[in-house]
Design a protein around this ligand. Structure first.
Ligand SMILES: *Cc1c(COP(=O)(O)O)cnc(C)c1O
Length: 488
């Protein structure tokens, strides 16, 4: 037997790939309302039902096709209208086509040499979005998620103050502290820890009863830290908080940052998609006054996972902070203008091409298409909130400011009660129990969480503009039906 086994040739596997595409078409792409969101199995039983084994000898293509079907069968259908579990959903045809194309080309975007089209495309998309943020905005980078973008910004802000750390590290630095609201995304703490700042040096600023940062508390905490001899250097404001969809008062925060000379980073991972809508752009007012901004097109704009960008006002800072000039990749004596090689401003080396699916969607729909998408979603969220307010078996957690509608289902014994928060321990159990029933049915996946002193509540949020008012009615009736059965 020949011991040399060549890599199978894709060309000889045309039939196999066509079969796979056919399976994807019938089981994923065109699987509609009538299918389940998930065929739920506990981990131990999934281990028995699915063949995870790996052996010396490979299996036949027929077996592989069965495994592929089973993978789809037991996976969550995130494109299903009743997948409302996360801040992404929906399956955009142009986005999917874009993702398929970049996977087929197996592109990696570090140099013009290996990614000519995608390099120029990234520049174009970054430039266009910089213009939308503000006239002075200089550059941006694609990120493997908003968490990574936030972390990069935390580091850029520190580098901006102490450029010497790039070569000499963190010794001799004063004790740096940063500020973010108590409802900020947890990536701020994770990356503060990762970067050697420490989670305890992320000061939590109080939020009001709808979830917005309290700016007087911010200023007081800055003064407190200065009094302790620590060095405030960064404020993270959130536009569209993850749970409640709150928008921090950006202009007031920018004023504070200006008077204390602090870097302002805006985490608009969730809210930033509004930048395409004339109607709602004002919710982002003040964004141009920041030094850095994160926007996730893979959330509100429904670009397939992942597509996330960090923008910076200072157009050279990404290069100054990140570049290393590796000579095997970024040779200075290339046969083309090597300033087109953007890879060195990134922290990654090889990098997935996330621009194409976004660009293709933008090209297909136009900016107006994204605006219409966003505005349609807001209408559904408005309708959802109105229905909650009308029904005695539901109760809003706080007034809606965005797509997020946070609400409790009220068992009969709590309906009509003046202060339902006196029943926190009972309410805490309601959402998890109803969710468990829904997931076991495979009917609806809807997220829940506690927040501050508020017991577990559901969060409705949609990025899927195919979701209709009838769907909203179905979801609420479904929760109420389960609620009546579980809490008679
Ligand atoms: C989702 C989210 C993030 C993190 O984005 P990922 O792409 O999931 O890493 C950061 N900030 C806010 C406000 C978010 O909602």
């Amino acid at each position: 037997m020949n011991s040399f086994q060549p890599i199978p040739n894709v060309v000889d596997h045309g039939d196999f790939l066509r079969d796979v595409i056919e399976i994807l078409f019938s089981n994923v792409v065109f699987a509609g309302h009538s299918n389940k969101v998930v065929l739920w199995k506990q981990p131990e039983s999934l281990k028995d039902l699915f063949d995870f084994s790996l052996d010396q000898i490979g299996v036949t293509q027929e077996k592989l096709l069965v495994l592929i079907k089973n993978t789809i069968k037991f996976s969550v259908k995130t494109g299903h209208p009743y997948f409302i579990n996360q801040l992404f959903s929906g399956l955009d045809p142009y986005g999917l086509a874009g993702q398929w194309l970049t996977d087929a080309l197996n592109a990696s975007v570090y140099t013009y040499e290996v990614a000519p089209v995608f390099t120029l495309m990234e520049t174009k998309v970054i430039q266009e979005m910089c213009k939308m943020i503000g006239p002075e905005w200089g550059d941006g980078m694609f990120c493997p998620g908003g968490s990574f973008g936030n972390g990069t910004a935390i580091n850029l802000a520190r580098f901006n103050l102490f450029p010497d750390i790039k070569l000499n590290g963190l010794t001799n630095l004063p004790k740096l502290v940063l500020f973010a609201s108590e409802e900020c995304h947890y990536s701020i703490h994770k990356f503060a820890s990762f970067l050697g700042i420490g989670e305890n040096n992320v000061l939590s600023v109080n939020t009001d009863d709808v979830g917005q940062m309290d700016v007087s508390d911010l200023e007081q905490k800055i003064l407190e830290q200065l009094g302790l001899g620590n060095m405030p250097y960064l404020v993270v404001a959130t536009l569209g908080t993850t749970v409640r969809g709150a928008f921090d008062p950006l202009n007031d925060i920018a004023d504070v940052c200006k008077s204390y000379k602090l870097w302002l980073h805006v985490d608009a991972a969730w809210g930033g998609g509004l930048i395409f809508s004339q109607k709602y752009r004002s919710k982002l007012n003040g964004i141009e006054r920041a030094q850095s901004v994160v926007i996730n097109p893979h959330k509100l704009l429904a670009v397939p996972q992942q597509c996330s960008l960090l923008f910076v006002k200072d157009k050279d800072i990404l290069h100054r902070c990140h570049s290393k000039g590796a000579e095997y990749l970024f040779q200075k004596d290339k046969y083309y203008d090597s300033t087109y090689d953007h890879g060195d401003k990134y922290l990654q080396c090889g990098r997935k091409c996330d621009v194409f699916k976004f660009w293709l969607m933008w090209k297909a729909k136009g900016s107006m298409g994204f605006a219409r998408h966003v505005e349609a979603l807001m209408e559904v969220a408005e309708y959802f909130e109105t229905q909650i307010e009308k029904r005695p078996d539901f109760c809003l957690v706080s007034k809606r400011q965005y797509m997020n509608v946070c609400f409790w289902y009220l068992p009969r014994y709590l309906q009509g009660k003046r202060n339902i928060l006196n029943n926190t321990s009972q309410l805490q159990k309601v959402a998890p129990q109803i969710k468990a029933v829904m997931v076991k049915h495979g009917s609806v996946m809807l997220g829940y969480q506690p927040l501050k002193n508020l017991p577990n509540f559901f969060r409705f949020v949609s990025q899927n503009s195919a979701l209709t008012k009838e769907d909203v009615d179905f979801i609420l009736d479904h929760i109420a039906d389960i609620g009546r059965a579980v809490f008679p």
